[in-house]
Design a binder for this molecule. Sequence first.
Ligand SMILES: CC(C)(COP(=O)(O)OP(=O)(O)OC[C@H]1O[C@@H](n2cnc3c(N)ncnc32)[C@H](O)[C@@H]1OP(=O)(O)O)[C@@H](O)C(=O)NCCC(=O)NCCS
Length: 225
Amino acid sequence: MKLNTLLDCVENSQITINGSWRSLSVHRTVIFTGEGSITIGDNVQIKSGAVIYGGTDIGDDTIIGHNAVIEHDCQLGRGVFIGNGCTLRPETVVGNECTLGHLSVVEGCTTIGNGSLIHAQCHITKGVTIGNNVFIAPLFVGANDPVMQHRRCMVFGKFKPTGYRIGDNARIGISVSVLPGVSIGSNAVIGAGSLVTCDIPAGQVWMGSPASYRRDVPPEEYLID
Ligand SMILES: CC(C)(COP(=O)(O)OP(=O)(O)OC[C@H]1O[C@@H](n2cnc3c(N)ncnc32)[C@H](O)[C@@H]1OP(=O)(O)O)[C@@H](O)C(=O)NCCC(=O)NCCS
């Protein structure tokens, strides 16, 4: 696999800079690699040790932290913050003005809507849809394989991994776990430390392990876009 610096890639037309060079800050240790061209917007910062794979678009005003890895064909919107040590697996889409906290992992083929805030050390599995303005506190984990198959032992092959969905403006407390295929409705609130095992209707507070209904969220407490 070829590893390239920014200048190599620009010379070989593998990178298009959609802004002024003066506004761009790419540390000399950043590596660009893999197939496909990369687009970098205006006023982008990419910090030391980051690795960016081909096919990726980075929007204006976006910051990519130290040692972050952005794998192939990811789309980062405008004003995105990717924390230190994050990994975005292939085909992750991150909307405008989103934050992904330090050391978080997004396993790929996942879409995160505009304005969402995902705190540090979260693990978002493959094939997940997260809406706009969602708040996810630190240490969130989600599962997408109901039977925990191993690559070398696909005895349960008929069970397909299934992502989960989190609706617009939902809020999720610290250290919440979510099982495969569930859907969390818009404006729902999930209490800290909960295990979500079933669909959560919009606008309700659920908590506990397994999470159960606690009360409705008063509309005046909804997150405002
Ligand atoms: C769920 C939550 C929103 C509070 O809901 P609430 O309806 O206002 O709950 P209350 O504080 O009035 O507590 C009501 C009851 O639920 C219990 N409770 C509160 N939060 C709970 C939780 N996360 N899990 C289980 N039980 C919980 C309380 O102990 C209390 O029990 P009791 O009736 O036996 O005394 C809040 O407790 C919570 O978990 N917030 C998330 C905080 C967080 O993670 N922030 C992220 C910062 S980065």
